[in-house]
Write a protein that binds this ligand. Structure first.
Ligand code: ADP
Ligand code: ADP
Length: 222
């Protein structure tokens, strides 16, 4: 079934920049969709509009799941960790903001840390971690909310190739186990093909989808 339907979406920023024009897109449940394209073609704009950040100039976004069932999480290129808080506290933050008591959030935090292989680093501070580990913390902080839709904006763009490959491989394993609906922005076509079961190529002037390619899953899920 479809989870996110974008119909005739246009986005014109207040400075007059037409970032998207008449974009149509249906994303189905458990699809791992990558958005690729040159810098400035509107990839982040699509992701932000799906997340409800910023106003759509025209068109609409329809959800195939109810508002209560919809659990979005966003991961950015910048891990954006709180430097004064340790790993565990950083991951717990969304639960704390949601008013969940520490005794109730402990198990969720541990589960999220286990998913990104950071058990044992609970008490480390961001400055003690490598770039890849910081990104794992950032992913754990997204997963701790138990999302079903994961929006990722160039999450591995700042990492070296080796770290990026490891994180890609781990992310793929996680997705196979959890079947989230993922929208993943990258300008790395190899990464897109490796991770996704569908690659959307965007062109500029104005931003729109110029190719939509389904990729057979390399391995059965499970
Ligand atoms: P609008 O109100 O035009 O839809 P937003 O509210 O989404 O725009 O964002 C406006 C902010 O984005 C501005 O305050 C500015 O700091 C920042 N910004 C402006 N130009 C750019 C750009 N080319 N790329 C990214 N961010 C920009
Ligand atoms: P991408 O993620 O593909 O690099 P973006 O969605 O960030 O592209 O930006 C698409 C276009 O819109 C670019 O030309 C960018 O400069 C412009 N843009 C992005 N955000 C803003 C903003 N807040 N205000 C004005 N222009 C923006």
């Amino acid at each position: 079934r479809s989870v996110i339907t974008l119909s005739q979406i246009s986005k014109v920023y207040t400075n007059g920049k037409v970032a998207l024009q008449d974009l149509n897109l249906v994303i189905r449940e458990s699809q791992f969709v990558s958005l690729v394209g040159a810098s400035g073609c509107g990839k982040s704009t699509v992701l932000r509009l799906i997340a409800g950040l910023g106003q759509i100039s025209s068109g609409n976004i329809d959800w195939g799941i109810t508002q209560q069932a919809r659990k979005l999480a966003f991961v950015f290129q910048d891990a954006a960790l709180m430097p004064w808080a340790n790993v565990e506290e950083n991951v717990r933050l969304p639960l704390k903001l949601a008013g969940i008591a520490q005794k109730d959030s402990q198990k969720l935090v541990q589960q999220a840390l286990a998913l990104v292989r950071l058990v044992g680093f609970e008490h480390s501070y961001p400055r003690e971690l490598s770039g890849g580990m910081k990104m794992r913390v950032s992913i754990a902080r997204a997963l701790v909310t138990q999302p079903n839709v994961l929006l990722m904006d160039e999450p591995f763009g700042a990492l070296d190739e080796i770290t990026r490959s490891k994180l890609n491989s781990d992310l793929l394993d996680l997705w196979r186990q959890h079947s989230w609906t993922v929208v993943f922005v990258t300008h790395n076509i190899y990464e897109a093909v490796y991770l996704s079961n569908r690659v959307l190529v965007m062109g500029t002037s104005p931003g729109r989808i110029v190719a939509d390619v389904e990729i057979a899953a390399p391995y059965p899920r499970g």
